[in-house]
Write a protein that binds this ligand. Structure first.
Ligand SMILES: Cc1cc2nc3c(=O)[nH]c(=O)nc-3n(C[C@H](O)[C@H](O)[C@H](O)COP(=O)(O)O)c2cc1C
Length: 200
């Protein structure tokens, strides 16, 4: 099995993209280290009307049952679990994806002032020169957001917003979501699922 992939989920809209990512990664037998920020729990509840358990083991069970997926390896971490293995550069990973990324988390990573495990992990990926993929979610962006994204890009992160493609002719929202998620993980060179890629 290849090194684990860290997934950070923050308090921005479109939590469904994070859920689908976890499902596809596990289906493909990857090992996933998952961290939800405190804000993510709030947005998740408002978008899905369900509370995600805070306890790591209960949360793992929650995802397994919700996704009906027993493949791969899933390890959930609480946002303040600062002594977790993934907080250290000595713990090897394939990379980290933050999806969706709020402007708050994005700003704190850009300023190097991490206040939770998710932001610390992002900091570690940058300092270790490992892939850090950030999928920002806000509209419109103000100048501070844009400058923070530039700083992150200059520091080695990749900014990959989830934007639907019409050339793939999605027949429903599920297909649109899968297209965006698969394209996002192209950045880590993972082949999660067949999608209608552009053909001339
Ligand atoms: C329903 C809901 C949707 C939100 N959507 C966004 C969003 O799309 N982008 C964003 O930057 N903040 C959004 N916010 C605000 C963040 O959740 C808030 O700034 C939070 O403090 C971010 O914390 P975090 O970065 O630690 O996850 C939303 C808040 C709520 C309650």
């Amino acid at each position: 099995m290849i090194s684990p992939i860290v997934i950070g989920v923050t308090g921005a809209s479109a939590q469904i993209l994070a859920e689908r990512s976890i499902d596809l990664l596990l289906q493909a037998n990857y090992s996933v280290n998952l961290i939800l920020s405190k804000g993510a729990y709030e947005v998740w509840t408002s978008e899905n009307n369900i509370h995600i358990p805070l306890d790591s083991l209960k949360q793992e069970k929650f995802w397994r049952e919700r996704l009906e997926n027993s493949n791969g390896k899933l390890t959930c971490h609480k946002w303040n679990e600062n002594s977790a293995s993934i907080a250290s550069g000595s713990y090897k990973t394939k990379g980290m994806v933050i999806l969706p990324c709020s402007m708050g988390t994005l700003g704190r990573i850009a300023s190097g002032s991490s206040i939770n495990l998710l932001e610390r992990c992002a900091d570690v990926h940058l300092k270790e020169g490992r892939p850090l993929i950030i999928s920002p979610r806000e509209s419109p962006f103000n100048l501070i957001h844009l400058r923070n994204m530039t700083t992150l890009c200059e520091s080695g992160a990749k900014i990959v917003p989830c934007i639907p493609a019409w050339y793939s002719h999605p027949s429903d929202i599920k297909e649109m979501i899968d297209f965006m998620v698969v394209r996002l993980f192209d950045s880590l060179n993972l082949d999660l699922k067949e999608i209608n890629r552009w053909k001339s």
